[in-house]
Design a protein around this ligand. Structure first.
Ligand code: GCU
Length: 740
C-alpha cells in the first residue's frame, strides 16, 4: 500500500458508497420471526452498491493483539459476514494489500497510516476513533479505522457496522469521534439472588449462583453496551442491605470476587470497567470490626485491604457506588460524620488502586426520622450544597435528575447549580419505574435531551447541565452519567421490545448529549426493524410522541408520587405503575377541596425555589412564568386557576386524561398499520403491549378523574366525569407499607 498517492475521500464522494437493503423475504410474506434478543446489532444483509467499498469490506487487516483486538476481530468477522453474505478475509497484515479495511491503533498501524488520517487523532482522547477512506487511481478503496487505544477501536468497529446497517454506507467521512462525557455508566438494581428492584425485563442477567460459569449472555450484553459507548457497569443494587433482606454487600467479599472476575473479563474485552455497590457498614457486616466510623484508622485500613484484594482479582475494577444515610442504608451519620467524611475515607482506600467513589445524593431524611411534613425536595441540597468543595478528587457525587425521585416532569435538581467544585454524575432512570413499567411506550430521549441542555446558571446564563458535571476549572475525567438499567434476562432483554430504544438513546446521549432525539429514534427504529422507510418512520414517530402522550394521562402537571401498587415487583417492594392518588396526600401533594399541587415557593411554600440561582428562582416562583408541565410541582393552585389555554385547571386535568387515552389508541392504530411489514413474533408482542397500554391508560384516566371529582366536587364541563358515575371512586391499590 502506497500511502502517498492516496486521496482522502470527502463526504460527497462517500455518498456513492451507500449500501442498500436486501429484502430477505418474498413479497406478501411476513419477514422471518425474531425474538428481539439481537436488539440493535442484528446485522441483516445489505447490498453494497459501490464495487470499491464492497471489495474493501471483504479484506480486513487488524493490527495488534489482546482481548479488545480479539473483540474487534470477532465483531467485524461476524458482522460483515452477516451483512455481506460472505465471510471477509481477516488477517493481521497491514503492509501488502492496497484495498481493504485497516484497523489498528496509530502505533500499530505505524507508517501505513496516511499522515492526514493520523493527524485527526491528535486532539482525541483515549476513547476516540477515526474512520477515513482513501482511494487510489484505480478506485481501490481503503478504509482506516484507527484510534489511540484499542478501546477506541472497539467503539469505531461498532460505528462502522452501524453505518453499514443504517445503509448510509459511510456517508460522512472522515468520522472523527470522541465521547462527550468521560463516564458513561449503567447501574443495575439487581440483587445477588437475581431478583431485581423496579425493573421489568426479567431477572438479573448476572447469575451469581452459577458464576463463575460463563454464559453467552454476558458477552452479548457487553457487546450491546459497548456498541452504545457504555464504559462502566455497576453490577449490583444500590440497596445492599434493606433491613437485612438483601445481601448485596457480600459482592466484594472473597466469596464473590471469583464470580465477579468472570463478568469483569467479559466487560474488559469491550473496554467496560466493573463497579460494585457497597454497604458502608461492611467492616461490621463482614464480621471482623465493630465499627465503620470513617475517622477510625482501622476502618480505613480495612477498606484499603479490600480495595487491593478486589484489584488483584479484577484489574478493570473501577470503584464503588454508595447509597448511604438513605432509605435505611446506613452511612457516616451513624457516627455523626458528614457525607464528605464517609466518601473521602473510601476515596483514600480506593486511591491505592486508582478507583473512584460514586456517592449518591439521594437522601431525604436521616434514618429514624419520619417527618412527613418536610418537603423531600429540599433535603438533598440542604445536606450536600454546604459540602461543595469538601470531596476528594476521586469522589463523584451522583445526583438524580430531579430532586424527588425520577418523576415525569420534575425540574432539574437545584444541586447541579450549587456544587461547582465537586465532580458530578447525573443519574437517570432507564428502567421505567415511574414512566410506564414494561407496559407503556415511553421513549425518554426527548426528556433526557432537555435535562442535559437545561441551563443550570451555575456560571451565569449558558451553563447547560452537561457542562457543569465537570467541576469548574477541572480537567479530570471523574464525572459523567449513570442510568439505572432496564436490560435483564428476558428473551428481548427489556420486557417491552420498544423499551430497548431507551437504553440505545441513553448510551448515545451519554456519548454526545447534543444528539437529536429524532435522529436517535430514526436510527433505533431502522436498526431494530430494518430499513423499510414506512416502518422506520412510523416506529420513530410513535417513539417521539410517546413521552407527551404518557404525560397526558399520568400525574398532572408535574405532581409527584400519585401511583403505587404494593407487592408487585420481583423483590416484593412494589412498583409504581398503578394510580393511587389518595395515598400520598399531604406528603407528596397537597390536594384538597380547594385545589391541587405542592407549594414550593419562597413566598408561601417549602422554599425549594430559593435553592436555585436567581434567574431560575424568578422563573419558578410565579405560576405565570413557571413552565406549565411543572406547574403543580411548584405551586398549589385552586381548581379555577386559568391555564394558558384559557381552560381551568380542573377542566384541563379531565380533558388531558381523555386526550391521553385517545392518543394511546392512535399509537396502537399506527402500529396496526405495519401489519405484514414486521415479523409476526415482534408485531404481536408489541401489539399485546399496546393493548395493555390502552386499558391501563383508561384506568389512569378514570381513577385520576374520579379522584379529582371526589375532592373538588366540580364536574367535567363535557359531562364525562360526573357525580354518581365514578367507576373508581376512592379506589386504592394495596394496603401495604408506605413507599418509604
Ligand atoms: C426509588 C426507588 C427505590 C430505590 C431508590 C434509590 O425510591 O423506588 O427502589 O432504591 O429510588 O434510588 O435508591
Amino acid at each position: 500500500m502506497a500511502g502517498a498517492e492516496l486521496r482522502i475521500l470527502p463526504a460527497v464522494a462517500a455518498l456513492a458508497l451507500a449500501a442498500v437493503a436486501v429484502t430477505a423475504f418474498a413479497d406478501g410474506d411476513s419477514p422471518p420471526n425474531e425474538n428481539g434478543y439481537e436488539a440493535w446489532l442484528r446485522y441483516r444483509p445489505v447490498e453494497i452498491a459501490d464495487p470499491g467499498l464492497a471489495a474493501a469490506l471483504r479484506s480486513i487487516h487488524i493490527a495488534g493483539r489482546g482481548p479488545r483486538i480479539a473483540a474487534v476481530r470477532d465483531e467485524l468477522s461476524a458482522g460483515l459476514a452477516a451483512l455481506l453474505g460472505v465471510p471477509p478475509a481477516i488477517g493481521p497484515d497491514v503492509s501488502e494489500s492496497a484495498a481493504g479495511v485497516f484497523v489498528g491503533t496509530r502505533t500499530e498501524l505505524g507508517r501505513s497510516l496516511p499522515d492526514s488520517v493520523a493527524s485527526e487523532l491528535d486532539d482525541l482522547g483515549a476513547e476516540g476513533y477515526v474512520i477515513a477512506a482513501t482511494a487510489n487511481d484505480r478506485n481501490a478503496v481503503t478504509i482506516f479505522l484507527t484510534a489511540r487505544s484499542d478501546v477506541g477501536l472497539v467503539y469505531g468497529t461498532f460505528r462502522l457496522l452501524r453505518e453499514l446497517q443504517l445503509r448510509t454506507g459511510i456517508a460522512n467521512l472522515p468520522v472523527v469521534e470522541s465521547p462527550g462525557l468521560p463516564l458513561r455508566m449503567i447501574n443495575h438494581w439487581d440483587n445477588l439472588d437475581r431478583s431485581v428492584e423496579r425493573v421489568y425485563g426479567g431477572f438479573s442477567i448476572f447469575d451469581w449462583p452459577n458464576l463463575p460459569e460463563r454464559q453467552p449472555r454476558y458477552r452479548d450484553y457487553s457487546r450491546l453496551m459497548a456498541s452504545i459507548g457504555i464504559n462502566g457497569i455497576v453490577v449490583n443494587n444500590v440497596n445492599t442491605y434493606k433491613g437485612g433482606r438483601l445481601h448485596g454487600w457480600r459482592v466484594v467479599s472473597d466469596e464473590y470476587l471469583d464470580k465477579a472476575a468472570v463478568l469483569a473479563q467479559e466487560f474488559d474485552r469491550y473496554g467496560i470497567e466493573i463497579y460494585f455497590s457497597i454497604n458502608f457498614m461492611s467492616p461490621i457486616l463482614f464480621g471482623d470490626l465493630d465499627t465503620a466510623d470513617p475517622r477510625d484508622p482501622e476502618v480505613l485500613a480495612w477498606w484499603t485491604h479490600r480495595a487491593r484484594r478486589i484489584k488483584e482479582k479484577i484489574p478493570n475494577f473501577g470503584g464503588f457506588l454508595v447509597k448511604a444515610d438513605s432509605e435505611g442504608e446506613l452511612g457516616p451519620h451513624a457516627y455523626d460524620r458528614t457525607h464528605a467524611d464517609g466518601a473521602n475515607m473510601l476515596a483514600r482506600a480506593l486511591s491505592t488502586v486508582d478507583g473512584v467513589v460514586i456517592w449518591r445524593a439521594f437522601v431525604y431524611r436521616h434514618p429514624g426520622e419520619d417527618d412527613v411534613s418536610a418537603d423531600r425536595a429540599v433535603q438533598a441540597y440542604q445536606q450536600f450544597a454546604p459540602q461543595n468543595g469538601d470531596f476528594a478528587d476521586n469522589v463523584i457525587l451522583q445526583i438524580k435528575h430531579g430532586p424527588i425521585d425520577f418523576q415525569v416532569n420534575e425540574p432539574v435538581s437545584s444541586l447541579f447549580s450549587a456544587m461547582p467544585d465537586t465532580n458530578l454524575m447525573l443519574e437517570l432512570q432507564i428502567t421505567q419505574e415511574y414512566t410506564g413499567k414494561d407496559i407503556h411506550l415511553n421513549f425518554l430521549a426527548p426528556f433526557w435531551h432537555r435535562v442535559y441542555a437545561f441551563d443550570t446558571h451555575r456560571d451565569g446564563a449558558g451553563s447547560p447541565l452537561h457542562d457543569v458535571l465537570r467541576p469548574r476549572g477541572g480537567s479530570g475525567t471523574n464525572w459523567g452519567v449513570a442510568g439505572v438499567g432496564n436490560f435483564h434476562d428476558g428473551l428481548n432483554w427489556t420486557g417491552h421490545l420498544l423499551a430497548q430504544s431507551n437504553t440505545y438513546a441513553y448510551g448515545m446521549l451519554a456519548w454526545n448529549p447534543r444528539r437529536s432525539p429524532g435522529v436517535l429514534a430514526d436510527e433505533w427504529a431502522a436498526l431494530t426493524f430494518g430499513g423499510e422507510p414506512m416502518v422506520s418512520a412510523t416506529v420513530s414517530d410513535m417513539l417521539l410522541q410517546s413521552y407527551g402522550i404518557y404525560g397526558k394521562y399520568y400525574f398532572p402537571y408535574g405532581l409527584s408520587l400519585m401511583g403505587w401498587a404494593g407487592g408487585a415487583a420481583l423483590d416484593g417492594n412494589g412498583d409504581r405503575s398503578r394510580p393511587d392518588p389518595y395515598r400520598n396526600i399531604g406528603r407528596y401533594h397537597q390536594t384538597d377541596a380547594a385545589g391541587t399541587g405542592y407549594d414550593r415557593t419562597v413566598a408561601t411554600g417549602s422554599g425549594y425555589v430559593g435553592q436555585y440561582p436567581l434567574p431560575l428562582q424568578s422563573l419558578y416562583e410565579s405560576p405565570d412564568s413557571c413552565p406549565q408541565e411543572m406547574l403543580l410541582w411548584f405551586h398549589y393552585l385552586p381548581y379555577s386557576h386559568e391555564l394558558r389555554s384559557g381552560k381551568t385547571l380542573i377542566q384541563s386535568i379531565y380533558d388531558d386524561r381523555y386526550e391521553g387515552v385517545e392518543r394511546v389508541k392512535s399509537l396502537r392504530d399506527r402500529w396496526l398499520s405495519l401489519e405484514g411489514m414486521i415479523d409476526e413474533e415482534r408485531f404481536y408482542h408489541v401489539l399485546g403491549k399496546l393493548n395493555l397500554q390502552v386499558s391501563e391508560s383508561i384506568l389512569w384516566r378514570d381513577v385520576m378523574n374520579g379522584f379529582y371529582l371526589d375532592l373538588s366536587g366540580i364536574e367535567d364541563a363535557e359531562g364525562r366525569v360526573k357525580a354518581g358515575d365514578r367507576p373508581y371512586r376512592g379506589l386504592r391499590y394495596g394496603d401495604g407499607p408506605r413507599p418509604h
